[in-house]
Design a protein around this ligand. Structure first.
Ligand SMILES: Nc1ncnc2c1ncn2[C@@H]1O[C@H](COP(=O)(O)OP(=O)(O)OP(=O)(O)O)[C@@H](O)[C@H]1O
Length: 593
């Protein structure tokens, strides 16, 4: 058995120490009462040898019943207190883990696997609850039972006591022998369960891909493999448990038999009264349960320990992307001016950087496109602007402030990032649109929907803006989903808007209308003297969309290889011209065929 992390257990229990202490005090009372009852029974039985007095017997019996009732009530109270602490710690820990998960960068959750994270946040936390509730209660109870019962037994007969409990160390040896194995098996079972949950989650998210490629049977085989591993792990653990506990029961029964056999001899020789023997039997019986329970308790301790460490490991994980300790306030009002100087981004464990030495400027109110072959780093650039990937300081500035020096919440209030796959929460369409500003009035929700060309679609939905969307709501088309994500970003008036291929599923006419709206909004802001209008960086696979922008940045293999207006770039030899020629050829083929 690994070293018990008492420091961790103490730390978790510290905020509840008053309740735990009252619970333990109640257990002391329970055990004192529990020791006094066999002693009372002994007196009654021995008094009976001297003659039967109904009044006395009834009085003693009433006392025993009263004591047993009080004992039961106090035991119930102590259980409620200590189990309550376990539940309380469980609730606090779940909240702490959830808060902690929200602080992590998205890349970590993706690489760790959500099944693994969910398993730690649920089943591991439950094991911790059992450790702090059941295990602490029963271990304290066992210690108290021994501490109070053994002296009482020894005062009756030392040798008989030794004979009765002499086999109990053997019981502990058996527990120790099986303990390490059970701990390893428990860990394997938890890992297998996490891997099974990962697969279910992944397959549910990728169900369309599975169907399109007809890979149901491959996935079934993969599931069967992981399911088998989980089943075997669970069976191994069950096998160890089911060998251990009958062994413990057997040993305690032998103890009782030994006491009866040796005790009756002592009775005959007159060295022991009947009351003494009955009391000893009652005492040994009292110890059977806490000792047998010790097996369960140690088991719970072991699994709880494993889980406690897994939970601690999760809570120790420091997010890579954090606000600066003394953040610089953003420029107010924000103008959306961006400067990148030698921007280099490398994902953790990636063999080479996704962006290398990229330098450019975005002027306030500009509409700039980013194009380039697949995997050239376009999305990474979008993520860098929203600081969704870790950056070294001194590479990227927003309105003259290094973005790593900005408070994260402030930064995200300045940069609207619209990903290609807009996520919809299970909520009304209106609430999805106002997700970034939950208190935004309905007029702004309508305006955002109008700008994102979503209004017409909403009219066709059963409950209009109140239609439930997301996982449990109606299914939106890819284009509707994208336009909702765009509307959500447009509602929050960030000075910089980054569209990461956010119009890819929107038809060309609608995409052009949306761009025109953004353009006229920029122009209005400039002519109304409301500043220069928001700056827009638009990542696109379609060069025809880039042609309508003020400027185009061309990336290739993580480097900025060209920049300029579309008309300049098509006139140059280079990546842009190559991509443009290819797009034109594809268009012509499509028109011809
Ligand atoms: N989370 C990640 N961890 C490690 N490497 C990554 C991660 N995301 C992207 N990459 C790698 O970084 C490089 C740039 O990827 P990025 O997604 O920025 O390209 P992109 O130009 O947006 O591609 P596409 O046109 O396909 O959308 C690629 O080599 C990619 O494999």
């Amino acid at each position: 058995m690994g070293a018990i992390r008492l420091d961790l257990i103490r730390r978790y229990l510290r905020p509840h120490r008053k309740v735990v202490l009252i619970g333990v005090a109640a257990l002391v009372v329970v055990n004192l009462l529990s020791v006094s009852i066999p002693l009372l029974v002994r007196r009654v039985i021995d008094d009976l040898q001297d003659g039967f007095a109904l009044q006395d017997v009834l009085a003693q019996a009433a006392l025993i019943v009263a004591l047993a009732t009080v004992m039961g009530a106090v035991r119930l109270y102590s259980r409620m207190l200590v189990f309550g602490v376990g539940r309380q710690v469980e609730a606090e820990l779940k909240q702490q883990i959830f808060d902690h998960l929200l602080k992590q960068e998205p890349g970590w959750v993706q690489t760790t696997g959500s099944g693994e994270v969910i398993s730690r946040a649920t089943s591991d936390v439950e094991n911790v609850r059992r450790l702090l509730g059941f295990a602490v209660l029963s271990l304290t109870n066992t210690v108290l039972a021994y501490a109070l019962t053994l002296p009482a037994m020894l005062s009756i007969d030392g040798w008989l006591t030794l004979a009765a409990v002499g086999l109990y160390p053997l019981m502990l040896m058996v527990v120790r022998l099986f303990g390490g194995r059970m701990m390893r098996q428990q860990r394997r079972q938890q890992e297998a369960l996490a891997s099974l949950s990962d697969l279910i989650q992944e397959d549910l998210s990728g169900i369309s891909a599975i169907k399109i490629y007809g890979q149901e049977s491959t996935e079934q085989t993969a599931f069967a493999g992981r399911n088998r591993i989980y089943r075997d792990a669970a069976l191994n653990l069950a096998r160890t448990r089911s060998t251990l506990f009958p062994l413990l029961e057997g040993i305690s029964s032998i103890s009782l038999l030994l006491l009866l056999a040796l005790g009756s001899g002592q009775l005959e020789s007159g060295r022991l009264s009947i009351g003494d023997l009955v009391a000893l039997i009652l005492f040994v019986e009292r110890l059977v349960f806490p000792t047998a329970l010790l097996g369960f308790t140690l088991n719970t301790f072991q699994t709880g320990q494993v889980s406690l460490e897994r939970v601690e490991e999760l809570l120790r994980r420091r997010p890579l992307i954090v606000s600066s300790a003394s953040p610089t306030p953003p420029a107010k009002p924000g103008r959306g001016a961006v400067e990148a100087r030698g921007l280099t981004v490398r994902y953790p464990n990636a063999p080479r950087p996704a962006l290398v030495d990229v330098s450019f400027e975005l002027h306030p109110g500009e509409l700039v496109a980013v194009v380039g072959p697949v995997g050239c780093g376009k999305t990474t650039l979008a993520r860098a602007l929203g600081r969704m990937v870790e950056l070294d300081p001194g590479q990227l500035w927003l309105d003259g402030v290094d973005i790593t020096a900005l408070d994260l919440a402030e930064l995200r209030g300045q940069v609207g990032l619209v990903p290609q796959e807009g996520y919809l929460f299970t909520a009304s369409l209106a609430d999805n649109l106002r997700y970034g500003e939950p208190d935004a009035p309905f007029e702004r929700v309508e305006a955002a929907a109008r700008q994102a060309r979503l209004e017409g679609d909403i009219k066709g939905f059963p409950d209009g803006y109140q239609t439930l969307v997301g996982e449990r709501g109606i299914t939106l088309s890819g284009g509707q989903r994208q336009r909702t994500a765009l509307g959500r970003a447009l509602l929050v008036r960030t000075p910089l808007l980054v569209l990461d291929d956010a119009l890819a599923s929107v038809d060309n006419t609608t995409a052009a209308e949306i761009l025109r709206t953004i353009r006229s909004e920029q122009a209005n802001a400039q002519s109304n003297d409301q500043g220069l209008g928001r700056t827009v960086l638009m990542i696109s696979h379609q060069l025809s969309a880039a042609a309508a922008c003020d400027r185009v940045l061309v990336l290739e293999e993580g480097r900025l290889v060209q920049q300029g207006h579309h008309s300049e770039l098509v006139a140059e030899r280079g990546t842009y011209r190559r991509l443009w020629d290819r797009e034109q050829a594809t268009e012509q083929l499509r028109a011809a065929g």
